[in-house]
Ligand binder design. Structure first.
Ligand SMILES: Cc1cc2nc3c(=O)[nH]c(=O)nc-3n(C[C@H](O)[C@H](O)[C@H](O)COP(=O)(O)O)c2cc1C
Length: 194
């Protein structure tokens, strides 16, 4: 099978983290979200455990998530509480078309190490981000806003051994997204050869 490498590289390099201040109110179709989830399931997974579990919040259900996360922030921040942050947690979610909460489900037998299961979920999330990029849709993986707290995991119905790895915001957007600088390849490589 031949796939145009330049197109693949263009897709990889074009993916950007697009944050809520760029989002428009135009809703992303559920078909596109489904396609992203479909790409996720083709991620590499040691032992074929497929440890990902995604929770897609859209429409009025985003209020449930926004209220839960902002109230959790209020509960846990005590003296460091900032009203602006409390509001931002809510508004970021409400201005996003779909919020996909990213779960990692451990196998009961625990055969595959947790770090490998987390890596597999990260690969699945990258597949979703690349698919969104191909559709011209913005998305952004956030581990903030209490999304990785153990109580968020309980809220989603995940078990004790599982982890919530954050949230993927998905939205239509407008504006120019800056490309952050990357380190030259060979500075990040030890190439052992003759
Ligand atoms: C696991 C993971 C968690 C992230 N969490 C956050 C976050 O909480 N807040 C944030 O601003 N960016 C977060 N990011 C996005 C990075 O900021 C972003 O990838 C980086 O700035 C490079 O930009 P690019 O994705 O457009 O190449 C996260 C990325 C990953 C992979």
């Amino acid at each position: 099978m031949m796939i145009d490498v330049d197109q693949v590289k263009l897709l990889i390099q074009s993916r950007r983290s697009v944050k809520p201040n760029f989002y428009t109110t135009e809703i992303v179709s559920d078909e596109i979200i489904y396609d992203m989830l479909e790409s996720a399931r083709w991620a590499p997974t040691h032992g074929l455990t497929e440890p990902w579990k995604f929770f897609v919040f859209s429409g009025n259900y985003k209020h449930k998530l926004a209220d839960f996360l902002s109230e959790l922030y209020q509960l846990k921040s005590s003296v460091n509480f900032l009203q602006t942050k409390y509001e931002k947690i809510k508004t970021n979610i409400l201005k996003t078309s779909h919020v996909i909460m990213i779960g990692m489900q451990r196998q009961i037998n625990g055969k595959i190490p947790e770090v490998e299961e987390i890596c597999a979920v990260a690969c699945a999330v990258q597949n979703m981000q690349l698919t969104a990029t191909a559709y011209g849709i913005g998305c952004y993986w956030s581990t903030g806003s209490m999304s990785t707290h153990s109580e968020t995991k309980n809220f989603l119905g995940l078990r004790e051994a599982d982890v919530c790895l954050g949230m993927l915001y998905v939205s239509n957007y407008t504006g120019e997204i800056i490309t952050p600088k990357r380190t030259p390849t060979l500075e990040k490589t030890v190439w052992i050869k003759n």
